[in-house]
Design a protein around this ligand. Structure first.
Ligand code: NAD
Length: 248
């Protein structure tokens, strides 16, 4: 039986955890081989991809470092024979009041979330252009790009900036490379750190029309759609799996 991503080569950043991990598994189930990039080891997820009958290559790298971004894409070319799909999922979130935020903390959030997306995108798009068979980029933003959030201003700013990168790249590289964003609402991952449902979170959930926060697999399905054969007329868009919390 042929699968929708048979023969495709994907690179997923932030693949060791949460949404990135769920995305890697979903792309693998749909037939893609994969490079799995994270600051921490992706060996376990690479084994799961291998168990699906696909290639899984684990690369420890910091997406905010130019040399690492270059090497990660080179691994896809060397070990998988090319690159068709990039999912920019690595990210960090910090809760800090503006008046207490140091320049170093602000710069670190920008370095990972924005510079990391830029570096990985630039490397991947260069490789896709050389390859000449098109490609897909999916950048992970956040619904907080629209809403803003007290004490998360640097994070929100980087996620709004990711939408700007997405729309600009979509125009710059059309019609060959399709570039889209996914802007999730709250998702149950280590980033959110909801080990037990506090009253504060229960209250937040009651504001979501679907009445709950999301699961990583529910975001992965949207990302896989944008990477797959059904999304050939979609570029420069932002899809927001958020339980209806933000309706645009
Ligand atoms: N969880 C949510 O509620 C939510 C909502 C909206 C958007 N997002 C976004 O989704 C993406 C994934 O978040 P998650 O919830 O799965 O978080 P997570 O913390 O579970 O996973 C993030 C991964 O990124 C990796 N990472 C961090 N800095 C890195 C770097 N410099 N280089 C390489 N890897 C790095 C981490 O090691 C981790 O494995 C993030 O971009 C996040 O901003 C999450």
């Amino acid at each position: 039986m042929s699968l929708p991503l048979d023969g495709k080569r994907a690179l997923v950043t932030g693949a060791a955890s949460g949404i990135g991990r769920a995305t890697a598994l979903e792309l693998g189930r749909r037939g893609a081989d994969m490079v799995l990039v994270d600051l921490t080891s992706c060996d376990a997820i690479a084994d799961e991809i291998t168990a699906l009958g696909r290639k899984g290559v684990a690369v420890e790298a910091d997406v905010g470092e130019e040399v690492h971004a270059h090497e990660a894409v080179q691994r896809s070319l060397a070990d998988l024979g090319g690159l068709d799909i990039l999912v920019n999922c690595a990210g960090i979130m910090r809760e800090t009041r503006l008046l207490e935020m140091s320049v170093d903390e602000f710069d670190e959030i920008v370095r990972v979330n924005l510079r990391g997306t830029f570096l990985m995108g630039r490397e991947a798009i260069a490789a896709m252009k050389r390859q000449g068979s098109g490609g897909r980029i999916v950048n992970i933003a956040s619904e907080l790009a629209y809403l803003g959030r007290a004490e998360y201003s640097a994070y929100c700013a980087t996620k709004a900036a990711v939408l700007g990168l997405t729309r600009s790249w979509a125009r710059e590289f059309a019609p060959d490379i399709l570039v889209n964003s996914v802007a999730p609402g709250p998702v149950d991952t280590p980033m959110l750190g909801i080990d037990n449902m506090t009253a504060e979170w229960r209250e937040k959930e009651s504001d979501i029309p679907l009445g709950r926060i999301g699961r990583p697999e529910e975001i992965a399905g949207v990302i896989a759609f944008l990477a797959g054969p059904e999304a050939t007329f979609v570029t420069g868009q932002t899809f927001s799996p958020n339980g209806g919390a933000v309706m645009l």
